[in-house]
Ligand binder design. Structure first.
Ligand code: MLT
Length: 221
């Protein structure tokens, strides 16, 4: 599981909750632009420096993708850290996207999948991001039946210490402060709402005659 609660995995959950057909996370900007040329009907979404890159249909805000915009659509998403973290997990058998907004849904889904679970925190430019630590802890808190590593337990304890005011905690994180100062307060409020989206984005390889063949599309579990 990959967690990038500010904002990539929150946005993926929002897109799929709003009935997008699928989301294809792409690490590199050039690759995303190239695929958009191949798949004209696709929505091109994402950010660099928190803003939509030139020529994109939208940014990385979960609020930009309401049902009337995304229902039935395929979406390409490229972000600074989150989609790179997903790309680094390309060898993993089953992969899902977790965030505060879908923590309970992810925990329930894990129970149905069985086996060990690894939580990969996207972080920020190779460093730990507190918001991901807390979101990972929220999922650990809800997921029963696992032997917890010390890191998993530490993140759970951190989450429990601030679960009564997650918005304040997100505002205190480095990336949260940045988004807040850049006017994206509503994204933080959205991302802080635990269990507001009962959906789990899960990777499945799409086959068939389209140009995205074999790529790692995420769909609702
Ligand atoms: C990322 O992938 O680095 C983030 O989702 C950045 C953002 O807040 O858009």
């Amino acid at each position: 599981m990959v967690v990038d609660t500010l904002r990539a995995t929150t946005t993926m959950a929002a897109m799929l909750a709003n009935q997008a057909e699928s989301v294809l996370p792409i690490a590199e900007l050039d690759e995303a632009r190239r695929l958009k040329e191949e798949m004209a009907d696709i929505l091109l979404a994402g950010e660099r420096n928190n803003r939509p890159p030139v020529g994109f249909d939208g940014g990385n805000s979960p609020l930009e993708y309401p049902v009337e915009r995304v229902a039935g659509r395929r979406i390409l998403l490229t972000t600074t850290n989150g989609t790179h973290a997903i790309e680094r997990c390309r060898q993993s058998g089953t992969l899902c996207a977790g965030a505060l907004v879908n923590a309970s849904a992810v925990a329930q889904w894990l129970a149905t999948v069985g086996g060990d679970a690894v939580i990969v925190l996207a972080g920020q430019e190779g460093e730990l991001a507190l918001e991901d630590w807390l979101a990972g802890g929220a999922i650990v808190e809800r997921a029963g039946g696992f032997h917890r590593s010390d890191a998993a337990e530490a993140s759970r304890l951190a989450y429990c210490a601030c679960r009564d005011n997650l918005l304040a905690a997100l505002k205190d994180c480095q990336h949260g402060r940045e988004l807040w100062q850049q006017g994206m307060q509503s994204d933080l409020i959205f991302a802080s709402r635990e269990d507001s989206l009962p959906v789990v984005p899960v990777r499945s390889c799409q086959t068939g005659g389209d140009q995205g063949r074999g790529r790692a599309w995420f769909r609702r579990a």
